[in-house]
Ligand binder design. Sequence first.
Ligand code: TYD
Ligand code: MG
Length: 464
Amino acid sequence: MKATEYVCQACSAIHPRWAGRCNGCGGWSTLVEERTQSRTRGAAPRTGSALGVGTGKAVALSEALADEPSRTPTGMSEIDRVLGGGLVEGSVVLLGGEPGVGKSTLLGHIVAHLGMQAGTRPVLYVSGEESAAQVASRARRLGVRDDARMRILATSELSDVEEALHAHDPAVVAVDSVQTLRASELESAAGSVSQLREVTARLVTHAKQHKRTVLLVGHVTKDGSLAGPKVLEHLVDVVLSFDGQRSGGPRLLRSVKNRFGASGELAVLEMSREGLREVPDPSALFLAERPKDVPGSAVVSSADGARPLLMEVQALVTPSAMPVPRRVATGVDTTRLAILAAVLSQRAGLSLRDRDVFVSVAGGASIDEPAADLAVACALASSVADLALPGDLVVFGEIGLAGEVRAVPRCTQRLEEAVKLGFKRALIPRANVDRGEVPPGITAHGVSHAREIAQWIDRKAEGR
Ligand code: TYD
Ligand code: MG
C-alpha cells in the first residue's frame, strides 16, 4: 500500500495534508510531499532492539560492563580526542559541514589509516558524489598505500551498499554523503526526510548487528543545521560538526553529541596540500593576526571542550541611522549579544542605544559559552571609549541580567593556556579569584559587576 504524507524538511514533522506552514517548527513552505510504502514493513519507527542495539533481554550490570566495545585510533590524535578516545566499534558517527570544508578529506584520512592497519576486515568507502577514481586519487594523495584493504563503491543505491556489506564484511563503512543514498523501496527523492530516515536507520541496524563502524557525511543547510536534523541526530551515536572558511584558515571539528565521551570537544585542523593537518598550538593560530593597540579587540580564553582555547573577539560600535539599532554577530549568539547590549546600556553605564553593534570572532571561529560575555562587553566598551585594551590582557566571565559577573568553570585551565601564550593580565569574575583559581604567572583582576568594566577602562585611559 502506498501512502502520501507531507514532511517538513526542516524539522521532519509529518502532516497528513499539505499546509503552507509547518505545525512543528513554524517554518514556511517547508512541507514536501513524500510517498512512502505502507508502514507495515521496514519504515516503522525503530527504537531499542529494532535498531539492533540489543537482544531484547535484560542483562546484569556486570555482564553489560564486560561487553564494553573496543576503540580504534583514527591516526590523528586530535580527532581521537574529539571522539572521546578513538572510534568505537559498532558506532555510527555523523560528520556535518558545509560543502568544501573538508568532510571528504577527513573521511579519506580516517579510512586510509584504518585500511592500512593490520586486521582481517577491510574498510568500505561509499561515494554518491564522486567516482571511484576520484576517491582513490584523493586517498593516494592523503598517503594511502596501494596495498591498503580499502574498497570503494560509487553508488547512490542503498541496496548496492547492503550487497557490498554482505560481500566484503567491512569493519568500517564511510558514506559520503548520506543525502545521496536512496532506498528504492521509497519513492521520494534522495535527501528527502523519509529517505534520510530509512537510509540512516538501515545503516545503523547493520552497524549494531555486525559491529561495523559507520561514518556518515551529512551536508548542512545554509543556516548551519543538518538537513533533516532531528531524524539523523537521535539515530546516530556521535555527531561531529566541521566548520571553517572554504578560503582557508583553521577548520574546527567539534563534537555536538557523543554517546561515548564529552560533547563540546574541539579539534583545530588546517587544510594543506597533503590533506588535513593537526594544529599543535591552536590558540597561537587564532591570535596570529591580532592587531596591536586597536580599540574593540579583546582576547577570551574559552573552554567549551576539555581544552581551553584563546580567541579574539572584535567589536565595532557606530552611530545608528536606524529606528531600531542593529546588533549583528558572527561567531557569538546574536540573541546573547542583544541581551548583553541591553544589560550594558541599562546596568553598566555603557550607552549602546542609538548605536549599531557588530561583534565577530576572528578566524571564523565561534564561541558557544556564556564565559565569552565579559570579553564581548570589554570589546564593546573598548570600541565605545576608542581605547585599546592592553595587548597582554585575557578576559572571561559570564554576565547576568542584573549586570552581575558570574564565576565560570575551569578558570585555572583557561588562565594556564593564557600564561603559555605570554598573557600577563586577566580580567575575570571576582568569585573565581576568591576561590584561589589563579595560577602563577598571571595577575588577575576580579570583577563582580559589569559596571566595573567601564570604570576599569576609564582608569586605564587615565594611565592608572
Ligand atoms: P573536500 O574534502 O572535498 O570538502 P567537502 O567534502 O566537505 O565538500 O575538500 C575541501 C577542499 O579542500 C577542496 O576545495 C580541496 C581542498 N583540498 C586540499 O587543499 N588539499 C587536499 O589534500 C585535499 C584532499 C583537498
Ligand atoms: Mg565531499
